[in-house]
Design a protein around this ligand. Structure first.
Ligand SMILES: [Zn+2]
Length: 304
């Protein structure tokens, strides 16, 4: 049996947000069992809280944004991926700005931070979410599906419409080791052709070669890639982060084709819907059947 976890002691880092370009300090604090992952906007009056749950997703445009009322926290997915990879179930995430620092664009700095904090195991068991029947969500020719499996397996494919990077695909069985080695170091990426459009939408204002792989006409502008197929690995990283909004480990085979944050969040909601329906059915009282055969047949005295 696997136990719920938090961290042993508080840890801190700081940096700018990828989209807002705003500086924020991020402090990870231990949290009690069963409390889940909860963000705290320490820079706002009353330090409002935003639970990392699918129902708090309000924007999925180039990053995942959570909100409670009109208080938001942006670009939560890389931190959530690291928490999923290291199996941290309960955490207070104190933030002094609107966006989680992008750091180097990957989940590796968060993994290091969590390792520095140390992991504390609680007695309370983890309760995974099992996908019981296949679920598929689509948007045009992009889709993502989840089907029953004994562990988390991801099969992700993507086309990029780029001469040097036409398409990539990866299949991975996720556990702590494969996440840390194969997924966490992959950085967020963007195409130079999209940068002007992103800036005009007020996005990627903090983006640079220090925190993103940037792809021009001729190829990658950064000095090196961390993996030959770093982009598709980062898609897996985003998916793991978005699916951790479930707040529990997921046991399923997830297949994605050209998906993104919107489809990831949609799938998480559908998985939760299926799970809640199954739990409700399992705890429902037995139906009160009419049992007509219990009515005694009239017996004629001659038959006695
Ligand atoms: Zn990402």
């Amino acid at each position: 049996m696997s136990h719920q976890k938090t961290i042993l002691c508080p840890v801190r880092c700081a940096g700018i947000g990828l989209h807002t370009g705003r500086e924020a300090e991020l402090t990870l604090l231990p949290a009690p069992p069963g409390s889940g992952i909860v963000f705290e906007r320490a820079d706002l009056p009353g330090a409002p809280l935003i639970p990392a749950r699918p129902e708090h997703v309000v924007d999925v445009h180039y990053a995942t944004t959570l909100a409670a009322g009109d208080v938001q926290v942006r670009t939560v997915e890389h931190l959530l991926a690291a928490l999923s990879g290291l199996g941290v179930d309960n955490l207070r995430v104190r933030l002094t700005g609107p966006e989680v620092p992008i750091l180097d664009g990957s989940a590796a700095p968060f993994v290091s931070l969590l390792k520095t904090a140390g992991i504390r195991r609680y007695l309370l068991p983890k309760t995974p979410i099992w996908v019981r029947r296949p679920i598929t969500v689509r948007a045009g020719d992009r889709w993502i599906s989840a089907e029953p499996a004994g562990r988390l397996v991801v099969d992700y494919a993507m086309t990029f419409g780029h001469a040097k990077f036409p398409a990539q695909r990866i299949v991975l069985t996720l556990n702590r080791e494969t996440f840390i080695r194969e997924v966490a170091p992959s950085r967020t990426f963007g195409f130079l052709r999209d940068v002007q459009a992103l800036w005009s939408q007020g996005l990627a204002l903090g983006g640079s070669l220090e925190n993103a792989v940037v792809i021009g006409e001729e190829g990658v502008l950064n000095e090196t890639l961390r993996f030959e197929d770093e982009m598709i690995r980062h898609k897996v990283l985003d998916l793991i982060g978005d699916l951790y909004l479930l707040g529990r480990p997921l046991k399923a085979k997830v297949t994605a084709h050209g998906a993104g944050h919107a489809l990831h969040a949609h799938l998480a909601r559908e998985i939760l819907r299926q799970h809640r329906a199954a739990e409700a059915a399992a705890t429902a009282p037995e139906p009160a059947w009419e049992l007509p055969f219990l009515t005694p047949e009239p017996v004629s005295p001659a038959a006695l």
